[in-house]
Design a protein around this ligand. Structure first.
Ligand SMILES: NC(=O)N[C@@H](CC(=O)O)C(=O)O
Ligand SMILES: [Zn+2]
Ligand SMILES: [Zn+2]
Length: 402
């Protein structure tokens, strides 16, 4: 069984022929087509007849897209990630951004100092790509042994991206060629910044105008399309070679559509970039991720902003999901009737893509209702988590109630 979901699910599933059928109905590579949502509906209907497991034991997951910030916010949020994840790809969009290996090494040390005692959490550092990043910097990054990827923020696309790249093909080709030599993946915030392009189309237009030409020019470059939100992104990823192009998916883009931004009034804590899309896109992403394809892996994009910066006249983009992400991913896979595919997504596909060993320790998720705190406080600040105040069903084992 690919996802070694708990003994309890295997015990249930072995004598039950409907489970085998359920698996057969999810071929390894599933293309997205207009009937894909029917497939999920059928899976759900069949799953309903299967006894639901009370406990899942999975290999300890990693988070392949995480914002830890620095200073007192770092100290407040890091324990939430370290509790459930063994490693995380740490985003470099600090103020000022982490553009050099020397700075990444310092930032890594700051993170290690902020870890709770006894934690084995490993931060995997990234460099923030600019128009001026040199190929030499990529060599230094590889040699450091602590930098694992380079992040492309199109200038102006998202939080702290003002120092990002203005013209990837025109300005960054020598750096990208060095990244191929050093086998250093490019992580992409895939949205164009042209104000004339509709916000909801920015990912699609980025794929057409920037990403597809980039993959064509540099087919050997390893690329992760971060936090994908559209059917267009799913189709693009699946049109590329496995092992060369992959995507991370957030809990919010699996569970919410754009209605969540406006339900009962404006909901700033559901605002992130790329912005939530319409339901058909959410369904396409769920189908892709739960199909068993190895091209998708867990990346929470957990992005804390102080409550005051979210609930104001010009609110920041970013959803804080670290404490709830695992419960929410389990919820999304269970809704799709594919809990047996959860472990590959949370714990295998990411390290396999990055060429890193899979974790050996395990984490247990118990079916046990727990209430998400409405806020987390730090110093004089407050952070509101995703699913604030809601009751979630899957409780990760080492979760202590706040
Ligand atoms: N996702 C977000 O909405 N915000 C992220 C930046 C990013 O990942 O684009 C942040 O740093 O706050
Ligand atoms: Zn982003
Ligand atoms: Zn992010």
């Amino acid at each position: 069984m690919q996802a070694a979901i708990t003994d309890s699910i295997s015990a249930h599933s072995r004598p039950n022929p409907s489970v085998c059928f359920l698996r057969l109905s999810h071929p390894h590579r599933v293309r997205i087509h207009p009937t894909s949502h029917r497939r999920n509906t059928r899976a759900r209907a069949m799953a309903a007849s299967v006894p639901s497991p009370q406990q899942l034991t999975i290999t300890r997951p990693d988070d392949w897209h995480l914002h830890l910030r620095d200073g007192d916010v770092l100290a407040a949020v890091l324990p939430h990630s370290a509790r459930h994840f063994e490693r995380a790809i740490v985003m470099p969009n600090l103020k000022p951004p982490v553009t050099t290996t020397a700075r990444a090494v310092e930032y890594r040390e700051e993170i290690l100092r902020a870890l709770p005692p006894g934690s084995s959490f490993v931060p995997l550092m990234t460099l923030y790509l600019t128009d001026n990043t040199s190929p030499e910097e990529i060599k230094l990054a590889r040699k450091s042994g602590v930098v694992f990827a380079v992040k492309l923020y199109p200038a102006g696309a998202t939080t702290n991206s003002q120092d990002g790249v203005t013209d990837i093909m025109g300005k960054c080709l020598p750096v990208l060629e060095e990244m191929i030599r050093q086998e250093m993946p490019l992580l992409v915030h895939g949205e164009v910044t042209d104000p004339h392009v509709d916000t909801f189309d920015r990912e699609k237009v980025f794929i057409e105008t920037i990403l597809a030409p980039l993959v064509q020019k540099l087919p050997e470059l390893k690329i992760v399309m971060e936090h994908i939100t559209t059917m267009d992104a799913v189709n693009f990823v699946e049109s590329c070679k496995e092992g060369h192009v992959a995507a991370t998916v957030t809990p919010q883009h699996l569970l919410l559509n754009r209605n969540a931004l406006f339900q009962g009034g404006l909901q700033p804590h559901n605002y992130c970039l790329p912005v939530l899309k319409r339901e058909t896109h959410r369904q396409a992403i769920v189908s892709a991720v739960t199909s068993g394809s190895r091209q998708y892996f867990l990346g929470t994009d957990s992005a804390p902003h102080d409550k005051r910066m979210k609930e104001c006249s010009c609110g920041c983009a970013g959803i804080y999901s670290a404490p709830v992400a695992l419960s929410l991913y389990a919820k999304a896979f269970e809704q799709a009737g594919t809990l047996d595919k959860l472990e590959a997504f949370t714990s295998f596909n990411g390290p396999d893509f990055y060429g890193l060993p899979r974790n050996t320790s395990k984490i247990v998720l118990r079916r046990s209702a727990w209430k998400v705190p409405t806020t987390y406080t730090y110093g004089s600040g407050v952070i509101v988590p995703m699913s604030t105040g809601n009751t979630l069903e899957w409780l990760p084992s080492d979760h202590s109630e706040e």
